[in-house]
Design a protein around this ligand. Structure first.
Ligand code: NAD
Ligand code: UDP
Length: 332
């Protein structure tokens, strides 16, 4: 087994040279996806051992290829709907397609990923004593009646619509996390993530920032769904990853759910106009039908994250968008 021997020797050398500062063994499900690949890179750079689990539905090897020759990085092709038996210290449970077109492609699998995936990862946490963080979502608020959204709001979610596989799947996952906490005293954390964007989003991901940037760069029409007056609040990926790590490192008593997002709110039309101006594109804005149950507004109240995690995003949309545009220029 020369390859294995070489990997063990490399790790031992790194330990001897003091290069491994943190050596927790961390499982990141959905580790080859947009957020998972950034998180993998950051935690690997901090000296941890990473097990990057993915079924490569929306994730890709390109996102993690630059990490693969690191002996502390391991890729596991696996589906979270199937139980997993490994030894780990921490779990970030990110596995789940996040874009509406992808999670609606196979809605039954989406619910299974959210629910069976949560049960399997919670079971793993229970057996190993690992701390576990759930990537939940602002979608648990549905089409919210209060603005901005606070964690105590229970949401207005359609249980039988085309977004329900994701929204209700994520809500059920939160229920499971809380039940494992109350019943088995697990060390849990729940992050309610608001729209996050940045490099390594998939060009055909279907989410609004990647769609608009790619359309503007290619000179194609910018597809505004509905009248474009619906709003979203956009957080740059590096700041979201920072929040995950702070949440994982927070006191055991603090379990969330905690809103994570940038409160800077923009209408979709404003985002389209900003993208056009920044790319210097001649694309036209066109209107397409608004998808069913598309939430009208979203803005996180992040008072809890500020208080408990000392976290507040500072990267403005212009700055983050400019980095995202540079990224898509390099890959298209
Ligand atoms: P993404 O689609 O880029 O990444 C999801 C990853 O999970 C992909 O690599 C995919 O292949 C993998 N995956 C999907 N189903 C799986 C399964 N059954 N088993 C194993 N792997 C599976 O999306 P993302 O933006 O990186 O989102 C990551 C997590 O954060 C998701 O759980 C998502 O719901 C949550 N989230 C993201 C946002 C956002 O704006 N990016 C907002 C709210 C919540
Ligand atoms: N949207 C749009 N054009 C697109 C893609 C999305 O107008 O090409 C709109 C979409 O209808 C929604 C908003 O942008 O109102 C955010 O969509 P996204 O899929 O990024 O995230 P989510 O709806 O899950 O917040």
């Amino acid at each position: 087994m020369p390859a294995l021997d070489a990997r063990i020797a490399a790790i031992t050398n790194q330990q001897k040279n003091g290069k491994i500062m943190n050596n927790k063994r961390i499982l990141i499900t959905g580790g080859a996806g947009f957020l998972g690949s950034h998180l993998s890179e950051r935690l690997l750079n901090e000296g941890n051992e990473i097990i990057c689990l993915d079924n490569f539905f929306t994730g890709s090897k390109e996102n993690i290829i630059h990490l693969m020759d690191n002996p502390r990085f391991e890729v596991l092709r696996h589906d979270v709907t199937i139980p997993l038996y490994i030894e780990i210290d921490e779990i970030y449970n990110l596995a789940c397609p996040a874009s509406p077109i992808h999670y609606q492609h196979d809605p039954v699998q989406t619910t299974k990923t959210c629910v069976h995936g949560a049960i399997n990862m919670l079971g793993l946490a229970k057996r190993t004593g690992a701390k576990i963080m759930q990537a939940s979502t602002s979608e648990v608020y549905g089409d919210p009646e209060i603005h901005p959204q606070v964690e105590s709001y229970w949401g207005k979610v359609n249980p039988i619509g085309i977004r329900s596989c994701y929204d209700e799947g994520k809500r059920c996952a939160e229920t499971l996390f809380l039940d494992y906490y109350r019943q088995h005293n697990l060390d849990i954390k729940i992050a309610r993530i608001f729209n996050t964007y940045g490099p390594k989003m998939h060009a055909n991901d279907g989410r609004v920032v990647s769609n608009f940037v790619v359309q503007a760069l290619k000179g194609e029409d910018i597809t505004i769904y509905g009248d474009g007056e619906q709003s979203r609040s956009f957080c740059y990926v590096d700041e979201m990853v920072d929040a995950f790590i702070r949440l994982m490192g927070s006191d055991r008593e603090f379990i969330g759910p905690v809103n994570l997002g940038n409160p800077g709110e923009f209408t979709i039309r404003e985002l389209a106009e900003k993208t056009l101006a920044m790319v210097g594109s001649k694309s036209s804005l066109i209107n397409e039908p608004l998808p069913e149950d598309d939430p009208k507004q979203r803005q996180p109240d992040i008072s809890l994250a500020k208080e408990k995690l000392g976290w507040e995003p500072v990267i403005k949309l212009d700055e983050g968008l400019s980095k995202t545009i540079e990224y898509f220029k390099s890959v298209l």
